[in-house]
Write a protein that binds this ligand. Structure first.
Ligand code: HEM
Length: 283
């Protein structure tokens, strides 16, 4: 009986494990999923991950029993024609080569193994563009007070707007996530109520770098904050930093021996200065 139960449990949990695996393969990064309150078929990223992990554990336990009950067959696979145990049978060798190829190929980031990982990352990155990035990592965990301070929003005005939208909150110390949960909105929607898109400051960068900034192509950063990319490339060139609009901030940083935050600060400070790059030439 236990033999049948373990095999069938392994099969059923494997089917559900496959489904949750596909979803985790395409699920947006945590910062995006929690900010935009991402859900698929009514389940959040946390719930899908929970299902995946627990079904995975059930699958592993069932597979252990399955192996135990079928140990005789496994030993038979490792015997030669004279019925002597031989580990390196042709079947074993093929399995070993497959496992080694997948392990080393993934570790050394060789296609097609790296391609599988890249596809997942691209889908996750595009989800960030589609659903919207938080203004900074885990912004939803900030209190109203710290969120408005970090994003440069007038807190009193933001609170007035929330009240006008019939959103109840206990005060400046309540977190965005808490308010969002109570009102049935996402933290992102609260942000849009506090500061509509049309009121976003243009041509400047916030003090707190936006989440996922390192991976963003310069062109995307410029589009998001209404910056002139030629001007940004010009002010980086003044600091002897080579950049093109297609390069990500991290790539620009690596090329100049800096880190992404330094490059971000150089752009931000450059934009705040009176700008000789775009000033009319003196005749
Ligand atoms: C059918 C075989 C499996 C496949 C194809 C699979 C696939 C995946 C994928 C695509 C992810 C998401 C990776 C990412 O964040 O980009 C993931 C995460 C994970 N998987 Fe699996 N998985 C499998 C079996 C298992 C098993 C048996 C366990 C054992 C418990 C397990 C435990 C986990 C854990 C702990 C995570 C990390 C969850 C997190 O983000 O906190 N998986 N898996």
């Amino acid at each position: 009986m236990l033999r049948k139960v373990s095999s069938l449990t392994a099969l059923l949990s494997f089917i559900l494990l496959l489904l949750t695996s596909v979803i985790l393969y395409i699920v947006p990064a945590g910062r995006v999923a929690y900010w935009a309150d991402w859900k698929l078929w009514g389940l959040s990223k946390t719930q899908w991950t929970g299902l995946h992990v627990n079904l995975g554990i059930l699958f592993l336990v069932a597979i252990l029993f399955h192996t135990w009950f079928n140990w005789g067959s496994i030993l038979a696979y490792l015997k030669n024609k004279a019925r002597e145990i031989r580990i390196f049978t042709p079947a074993f060798n093929i399995s070993l080569i497959l496992v080694i190829a997948f392990t080393i190929g993934t570790y050394a980031q060789i296609p097609p193994f790296s391609t599988l990982i890249d596809i997942s990352e691209t889908i996750k990155e595009n989800a960030g563009r589609y659903y919207g990035e938080p203004p900074y990592g885990h912004a939803e965990l900030s209190s109203l007070k710290s969120f408005t301070q970090k994003t440069g929003i007038d807190m009193e005005k933001a609170m007035e707007r929330l009240r006008a939208a019939k959103i109840t909150f206990s005060g400046e110390n309540q977190t965005l996530l808490d308010i969002a949960k109570n009102s049935g909105l996402s933290p992102k929607e609260l942000f849009l109520i506090m500061q509509p898109e049309s009121e976003r400051p243009k041509g400047v960068l916030p003090k707190e770098p936006p989440a996922g900034m390192g991976k963003k192509p310069l062109a995307d950063l410029c589009r998001e904050f209404s910056l002139d990319s030629e001007k940004v490339i010009g002010l980086l060139a003044r600091e002897k930093i080579n950049a093109t609009a297609e390069m990500s901030i991290r790539e620009i940083a690596e090329g100049s021996g800096k880190d992404a935050f330094e490059v971000y600060d150089i752009i931000r400070n450059g934009l705040m200065k009176k700008d000789p790059v775009s000033a009319p030439a003196i005749k």
